[in-house]
Design a protein around this ligand. Structure first.
Ligand SMILES: [Zn+2]
Length: 295
């Protein structure tokens, strides 16, 4: 594997020459992104002021305790503030208000509906971890145009081209190149989308996890809604997500960096989601473990 890629890192714990490749997108404010609502950055220089305020805990204690503490205060210092820390610099903190669908994230069946294959749909914290480690299969479909559907034939042709038959445990990654549109509005409104046929083709072979580098797994919402208005056909609305009510599979949306993968099979993908209780999705930092290229 070429170590000239600044995102590829040799890791001593991995087989010699193997590299980790980051396949994630960032979580950061973006005016076009409804998934990240608010971000507050508490910087180190503010930390002392904040803890100074917090240290007024005496106010919450009963009066007699406060009086005895007040007595203690005049004899010795009972206060924590910025002056207690080196360079008046306390700990930083960041507070986010965001959807579980922000940044690279995994959708669990519970996102698609309450039931999946007739049983209670799995929430993200119930996903078996072993589903999230598998043989990576990269399908390069960068020829797909804005708002174009990725068909079963597209998927089958690319699998044919790379000579791979999908099997249980594969984690299939769909590269459209849409991550390059980040952070502009086209990232959200002009990406290709998967079709039910394409998902059925992969899940028929036992694939449980399909990742894609678009903002959403289906076509952009305005495109689906316009199609629905034009035809009255409800199957235009989030077809792949709703297909997940009858076929148990996980989607990773908003992946990034698939162009950096030096091969299309013969690597491992790790993508365990964050354990958010009772949620239908959660953030994930997908990485590929790519063995050394054999000349
Ligand atoms: Zn999602």
């Amino acid at each position: 594997m070429s170590m000239t890629d600044p995102h590829a890192r040799a890791v001593p714990a991995l087989p010699a020459g193997a590299a980790l490749i980051d396949l994630s997108m960032p979580i950061e404010p973006n005016p076009f992104d409804p998934a990240v609502l608010r971000r507050q950055l508490w910087r180190h220089e503010d930390g002392g002021r904040r803890i100074g305020r917090k240290a007024a805990f005496n106010r919450r204690l009963p009066l007699w305790t406060r009086l005895s503490r007040a007595a203690a205060y005049v004899t010795r210092r009972r206060r924590i503030d910025a002056g207690c820390f080196p360079d008046h610099s306390f700990l930083g903190n960041e507070l986010f208000t965001l959807s579980v669908h922000a940044g690279s994230h995994m959708d669990a069946p519970f996102h698609y509906g309450p039931l999946c294959e007739g049983r209670d749909a799995l929430r993200i914290d119930q996903i078996p971890l072993d589903w999230c480690v598998g043989n990576g299969v990269l399908l390069r479909l960068t020829h797909k145009k804005a708002c174009e559907e990725i068909s079963a034939e597209d998927v089958a042709a690319e699998l044919d081209r790379i000579g791979h038959v999908p099997r249980q445990g594969d984690i299939v990654l769909i590269q459209t190149g849409s991550d390059e549109l980040w952070p502009g509005p086209r990232y959200f409104g002009a990406h290709p989308g998967m079709s039910v046929g394409a998902v059925r083709h992969l899940t028929d072979h036992g694939v449980k996890v399909i990742g894609i580098d678009t903002a959403g797994f289906d076509l952009p919402a305005p495109v689906m809604i316009e199609r629905f208005y034009a035809t009255g056909d409800p199957s235009c609305l989030w077809p792949c997500h709703l297909f997940g009510r009858t076929r148990e599979y996980l989607q990773i949306e908003r992946m990034g960096g698939l162009a950096r993968l030096p091969r299309q099979t013969g690597f491992t993908v790790l993508c365990p989601p964050i354990r958010v209780t009772d949620a239908g999705a959660a953030w994930v930092r997908p990485v590929a473990v790519v063995p050394e290229e054999t000349p």
